[in-house]
Ligand binder design. Structure first.
Ligand code: HEM
Ligand code: CA
Length: 270
């Protein structure tokens, strides 16, 4: 444990306040940390993950990152107030605080990520998963990031929170009835609901027959169709504690990809 050069206790409290004032911010912070890391290639060791390289062109302009200017801009006042934290560390801390605030697991936080200086280190476009595709594509993307099937399913369980925005992705709506909560309900919805094509959205997406209020992407549905993925969908639907534990581990790994010499932060007080 090394004392960070910023008041992490006060920063956590400020983040919590910011999220409680604007519940939609929470899921968008989780997506920001994920997309920042999701540019990595574990074989080529490039793509500048966990370096806040998404602040720069070309990465900020990629189609898949549409809408992420909202959480980036929301964090600017805190970056000014706690100027000693790197953007990269701030984005990850904000995601951890959001997950815990929404009822998800506490993730042990490490700091020391180094910010990219400009856009020259950005990975190429096309490294984030395409929601219109299925298991072959999803598996190849997560293999490139260094994740196995179990970790992949756990990570996609983050769709328990938040929603799709037509103006960002061309998809519409939340995955669960409590989009501000974080638990295994993405998996219970996936297994328990009857999913039919939503005729009202131009992009192919599914809706639950019972209420028509919920949605699944083709890339979500493939977790049911692929036997190796489905095994973990069933496991996590049955056991929220196992989901929380596996999600925490996989999300910590995601948000530490490509980093070195990180320091343990003092434990969060509750
Ligand atoms: C939202 C696709 C994996 C976290 C979205 C959206 C799409 C999408 C299309 C809607 C964006 C918008 O319109 O605002 C995918 C695909 C994945 C994937 C294709 C993999 C096959 C993940 C992972 C995480 C994640 C691994 C985190 C660990 C989120 C969150 C939102 C979201 C929290 C909601 C954002 C908000 O409410 O503003 N995802 N995603 N996703 N994704 Fe994913
Ligand atoms: Ca990046």
């Amino acid at each position: 444990v090394k004392k960070p050069p910023f008041d992490i206790h006060a920063l956590r409290a400020d983040l919590e306040n910011m999220i409680s004032d604007n519940l939609e911010l929470g899921p968008s912070l989780v997506r920001l940390a994920w997309h920042e890391a999701g540019s990595f290639d574990c074989f080529k060791k490039d793509g500048s993950p966990n370096s806040a390289s998404m602040r720069f062109a070309p990465e900020c302009l990629y189609e898949g990152n549409k809408g992420l200017d909202v959480p980036r801009n929301a964090l600017e006042p805190l970056k000014k107030k706690y100027s000693q934290i790197s953007y990269a560390d701030l984005w990850v801390l904000a995601a951890y605080v959001a997950i815990e605030y929404m009822g998800g697991p506490a993730i042990p936080y490490k700091w020391g990520r180094v910010d990219a200086k400009d856009g020259s280190v950005c990975g190429p476009d096309g490294r984030l998963p395409d929601a219109s595709q299925t298991q072959k594509h999803v598996r190849s993307i997560f293999k490139r990031l260094g994740f196995n099937d179990q970790e992949t399913v756990a990570l996609i369980g983050a769709h328990t929170c938040g929603e799709c925005h037509l103006q960002y992705s061309g998809y519409d709506g939340p995955w669960t009835h409590d989009k501000n909560g974080f638990d295994n309900s993405f998996f219970t919805a996936l297994l328990d609901e009857e999913w039919v094509v939503n005729p009202k959205v131009e992009n192919m997406q599914m809706m639950d027959r019972a209420t028509t209020k919920l949605m699944m992407l083709p890339s979500d549905m493939c977790l049911l169709l692929d036997p190796s993925y489905r095994k973990y969908v069933e496991l996590y639907a049955k056991d929220n504690d196992v989901f929380n534990r596996d999600f925490a581990k996989a999300f910590k790994k995601l948000t530490e990809l490509g980093t070195k010499n990180l320091y343990d932060a003092p434990a969060a007080e509750s």
